[in-house]
Design a protein around this ligand. Sequence first.
Ligand code: M6R
Length: 611
Amino acid sequence: MCGIVGYIGKKQATPILMEGLSKLEYRGYDSAGVAVHHGDSIKMVKAQGKLVNLAKRLEETPLSGTLGIGHTRWATHGAPSDINSHPHMSEDKMIAVVHNGIIENYLEIKEELEAKGYQFHSETDTETVALLLDYYYKRGNDFLESVFAVLERIEGAYALAILCKDDPDTLIAARKNCPLVIGQGEGENFIASDIPALLHHTRDVYFLDDHEVAVVKADSITIYNEQKQTVERDLFHVDWSVDAAEKGGYDHFMIKEINEQPKIVQELIAQRVDREKGEIRMDGISLTKADLEKIDRIYVVACGTAYHAGLYGKFLIEKICRIPVVADVASEFRYKDPILDEKTLVIVVSQSGETADTLEALRISKRHGARVLAIVNAVGSSIAREADDVFYILAGPEISVASTKAFTAQALSMALICSHIALMMGHMTKEEFMALCDEWEALPQKISHVLQKSLVEEGLAKKYKQSKNVFYIGRGVDYFVSMESSLKLKEIAYLHSEAYAAGELKHGPIAMIEDSTLVIALLTQEALFEKTLSNIKEVKARGAKVIAITQKGNTTAEGEVEDIIYIPQSSWMTAPLLANVTTQLFAYYVAKELGTDIDQPRNLAKSVTVE
Ligand code: M6R
């Protein structure tokens, strides 16, 4: 989605804005622009396409000044173009605005402003904000009063950064349902839609809450609530290293993040598992035994990859804790009038903690009295702040649009939470828990083993890169990993692929199987192995080429399939996570062979802050 940066201080703003925007490229965008206050005027340069186009324009038309705002746009209203790019300015360049989100009532305001003689040049909703600000400002309000007046009028979601020609010492930021952080420096301050854009300059940040406005000057930051009263906010220190948000010698963030998985799993287990006490450390989570006893239903709600991790969690909780769990995608959940009350636990899962649908699902759940536990990566994100309890997955910044390490950490967090519930509710003995701890502690080494053998997936990617249709099949937990694997191939390699419960194939999709259709079969579950093998035979009989992913030591599939990827021996609970690492690698290498933009796949955004 779109990205925002802003700077005020003593240094030249343009290089800082451009560097910040480059750190937000991973969010996905199709045009970019900057506006800089030049003492007595605001100057702006914009360009369709990647930041390199904007950089070229800035060489031709340099912008000097120590106060500025920048933006990367992911088109919603109007095609990607120079004119639709942000910033948007009022006719006499009094006001400049960058905006993330969607102004839902912009047409109504646009008509009103047109009737007053205002002319619009772009197709965007954002231009409405710039012109409406201009309108209020010219009616005698000061800069801040004008911003408040606009916020009272606009509906929808926004993170805004605004400049006013008459006020060369002030940058104003506002937010509702879109993330915005303010970075505190010495004699300089920053704003950004996401922390990586600030990390080179400061690690001390304030998170703006919904309906808040910040007046940012070089040596002060003042935050106002909706009632225009100043509010105190704790400074948050970001402890990621700058390196965590850099490629570190890898070709892409995606492969770097895939390779980080052993370390992340090790750290998550070390932080959360207390072997001595025989329990999970649920730091900061106040779900007591009494709370759990009250709960008669669990929902797991998320989007995309996080939803697949949620499906894995649903399977575990039902199998081990014997509590009914409904898993739903957040965009459906929010509109289906779900059955929610104080006996419901809603587990929302989100890497970014900013996904609009998931955030709304959380809010609906809370409104109905349900208890919300969030499984989140981004510390201080909206979902983390609004949930009743937060379980951080501790995966560090995930930059690649295709989520990999977050999936593994989310799934493992689900397993940890499931064990916590099972221990509290008497569904797991201490011995069973210790056996699980052994499994989890062995997982980093097993993932490393899969990574060391990545030449296998690289070779298979070369062999099958021309496939037109790919089916991922599996049963039980393997089915959920099939869904995640299929999503990964689609989003970065743009290959059509589908995931099917292996036993469902014959109820329709088998009609699609023809000579050379690629079927990737996950067979990590010993109890279901023979069943899935039968399904492999069915597709083989119809001409499919099959790659099987199975546990080392079981050679039954040899002779039945074209290729086999062996994963280290593991329990039913952890083996699918290893299989998922192999399919992450396969998707990565297919995309590399096909030359796609792996870290920023077309049409996609890292953090989906619109519906
Ligand atoms: O930040 P979230 O975990 O809430 O994001 C949810 C999905 O948008 C995300 O997982 C998406 O499906 C990824 N591109 C998958 O790789």
